[in-house]
Write a new protein. Structure first.
Length: 371
């Protein structure tokens, strides 16, 4: 049965379609910086907040899209469970932070993503209001409840261009029994070599981060799993074991980009997604390397944009302008899509939102928003 809030939202979407009005979906508004600039009238999801159902023994929670992530994670923590992919909350002091709908729409994951998967991998099903104001339900509440193509996962990272996510069912996991963080003094090249070597061994690797600390390269490695496995790995790997509380705060600062590295320069923040086995990239400055080498953050001046994108492509990956430099002229946030992929994007948008009610510009540059 539809709630009053959901009916009101569906009515507004139908009215916008009739009036040719563009709507821009907004939850906690903590990721307004991400993607291209938003256009259109705000369509708030706050009225869609709340826990719909939670079955700790089944490892499934169904939650309204407007629910703050902090609220959901507090509920899970009370049962010794978590969202293992550690979605960023981007919650500056005193703010509510990101929402569940924004988490799915942005498709961002935290430090553990390379080991445990992304938000897409934990989506069991969701309720969507499309551009016609129709309420659609995809998937369900169990992993086997998907026949054919899993439409719900298409919406992860769609930036609100396909419709308004109203409700989602998520798989959750128990918090690991043991955790330890080891630090190793090494160069970036040695860190990448070590991570590649460790990845081929039965170790409880969970997250990694390499950066310069006081001019010295430091690789932090987080282990999670059974007590015996974590302790055995600590003995095998060596390194300097970190205080648990301090280490947890450090990983949290990486998750929400509050780590000092992110404020070390005034340039644009670039996220490069490359194969974990890619060597050190030919770019200026010392990056922050996460996801066992697969995600590399760089701070660069606006004039280096082409070089950054070229370096990512040469390594077999792509680059995203995550946050532009203050006052910099506008440039595309995402790499240009190949013609076949762009056709797929357009086809999906036209199917879910034929009247272009939802703001497509957040995801695609203006030249690709025609339908």
């Amino acid at each position: 049965m539809e709630s009053t809030a959901l009916k009101d939202i569906a009515d507004r979407i139908r009215a916008a379609a009739a009036d040719r009005t563009t709507l821009s979906i907004r939850g906690g508004n903590t990721k307004a910086f991400y993607g291209e600039a938003a256009h259109g009238e705000p369509l708030e999801t706050a009225a869609l907040a709340g826990i719909v159902s939670y079955e700790p023994s089944e490892l499934v929670v169904t939650v309204g899209a407007g629910t703050p992530l902090a609220e959901l994670e507090a509920l899970l923590a009370g049962q010794g469970q978590c969202l293992p992919f550690e979605p960023p909350r981007f919650a500056p002091g005193g703010t509510v932070g990101g929402t569940v709908g924004g988490m799915i729409a942005a498709g961002l994951s935290g430090p553990a993503r390379a080991s445990v998967g992304s938000v897409r991998d934990y989506l069991l099903g969701l309720t969507l209001v499309n551009g016609r104001g129709e309420v659609l339900v995809f998937g369900g509440q169990v992993m086997k409840n998907v026949a054919g193509y899993d439409v719900s996962r298409v919406l992860a990272g769609s930036m609100g261009a396909l419709g308004l996510i109203a409700e989602a069912s998520l798989k959750v996991l128990p918090v690991a029994p043991a955790e330890a963080t080891l630090d190793f003094a090494c160069s970036q090249a040695d860190a990448l070599r070590l991570l590649n070597e460790w990845g081929g061994r039965p170790l409880p690797l969970n997250a990694s981060a390499w950066r310069l600390r006081d001019g010295v390269g430091v690789l932090s490695l987080r282990l999670r799993g059974a007590v015996a496995a974590v302790e055995a790995a600590c003995t095998q790997l060596g390194g300097e074991r970190q205080d648990a509380g301090r280490a947890a705060a450090g990983w949290q600062s990486l998750r929400d980009q509050q780590h000092p590295w992110f404020s070390a320069g005034a340039g644009a923040l670039w996220r490069l997604s490359v194969p974990q086995t890619a060597p050190v990239l030919d770019l200026d400055g010392a990056p922050l390397v996460e996801w066992h080498g697969g995600q590399r953050w760089y701070l660069a001046t606006p004039g280096e944009s082409q070089r950054v994108r070229a370096a990512a492509r040469a390594a077999g990956g792509h680059a995203t302008l995550f946050r532009p430099a203050p006052g910099a002229r506008h440039e595309a946030r995402f790499d240009a899509l190949s013609a076949p992929i762009e056709r797929i994007h357009r086809a999906l948008m036209n199917e879910f939102d034929p009247d272009a009610v939802f703001d497509r510009g957040r995801l695609l540059p203006a030249r690709t928003t025609a339908h």
